[in-house]
Ligand binder design. Sequence first.
Ligand code: DOR
Length: 444
Amino acid sequence: MLGPQRKDGLLVIASVRAVDPGANLDAIVDVVIEGGTITRIGAGAATKEILASERARVLSGEGLLLLPAFVDLHAHLREPGQEYKEDIASGLAAAAAGGFAHVCAMPNTRPVNDTRSITEAMITKARSIEGPALHPIGAITLGQKGSELVEMADLKDAGAVAVSDDGRCVTSSAVMRRALEYAANFDLPVIQHAEDHALTEGALMHEGAVSTRLGLRGWPRVAEDIIVARDVLLAEVTGAKYHVAHVSSRGAVRIIREAKARGIRVTAEVTPHHLTLTDASVIGYDTACRVNPPLREPEDVAALCEALADGTIDAVATDHAPHASLEKDCEFAEAAPGMIGLELVVPLLLARVREGVLPLARLIDALTAAPARIVGLTAPSLREGALAELCLVNLEKHWTVEPARLRSKSKNTPFLGKPVTGSVELTMAAGRVVHDVLAQGETR
Ligand code: DOR
């Protein structure tokens, strides 16, 4: 992590294409940032006087794209308890490198984040780092055991922005109903990991032709669809805010689309890996491709992209799930599920934009305003008077995903060794520069 940038500095980004769908902006502009706030934005905003100022750092934005910084609804930062995989400092450094100003951290830590003290400790630690902001997500049930509800009022008061038993599904309909009813009192979204565990026992990958060929036990789509369908009914009855984590199946997409059309308060997220990879990636038994939910078939990927494009799926969330090499350098069946994601969002998803599969403006909304709205955060925005929370992207830069370039402690991604295009050159969070390739003179 860089040392904190002084908030009273003057930063000018000149002649940059700035895109912020929330501000109805897609234009070549100058941006002036003073004391951590965007003070001027527009063509010619960087006046001669400003450019001549001795304290100004002037960056040429030519050929670059300026975006509001991203908001991740779903990351596993592993602290407390599994700091050998990741900790709050390394996770936030990875987030900064990926263009994020806000990261919501899932509660499947050791111990589980089901109490005020853990939520508070996580926030205190993150504040001392002065990187992207961390927003803890509390558990739904004590120890994520699926039976007793946590003290949601306490968690919210301590700073939790949502509740989830992610990694485990709340399978009991009675517990889920109570969780939704209880959370509605505090306006907390309930984030479901939709998996009927009875249908996925021993399952290692998506159930289909590839799993049959590989001899790996299959994980049917319906295990996800059943839970989403049931939860939508419970959301309707309770009027609570219901959010589906990492949607992976075309059936779940259809159920969410219908629920939204009926006015039920449901929102959903999709990961970059489910938008780009299929179960065919598992053919070489690459343990980096073991994820929960599993990578599915091309029809699912197409349905997910379409749903993201038309807003049925509100947000992109990374499900950044770091695991150490000893948990991945093993047989497929023994490998821990999950892949890292914070640092690869830009190259992976810009590729889908270039292919014409995702509209750029919708993708930016899905990474910024939409997730912020779901958890009640002020969305990063490119407007005069807004706190500087932004990222500067080089769309054309080619680089190779290599362990040394990744800030995350864990390197579990199937993209290791692969060439990609598109990099985040600079990120600002809460008015401070938290990632700065331009200043480091790196060639990435
Ligand atoms: O692949 C996953 N890994 N999915 C989850 O839901 C949990 C996560 C983890 O914690 O490693």
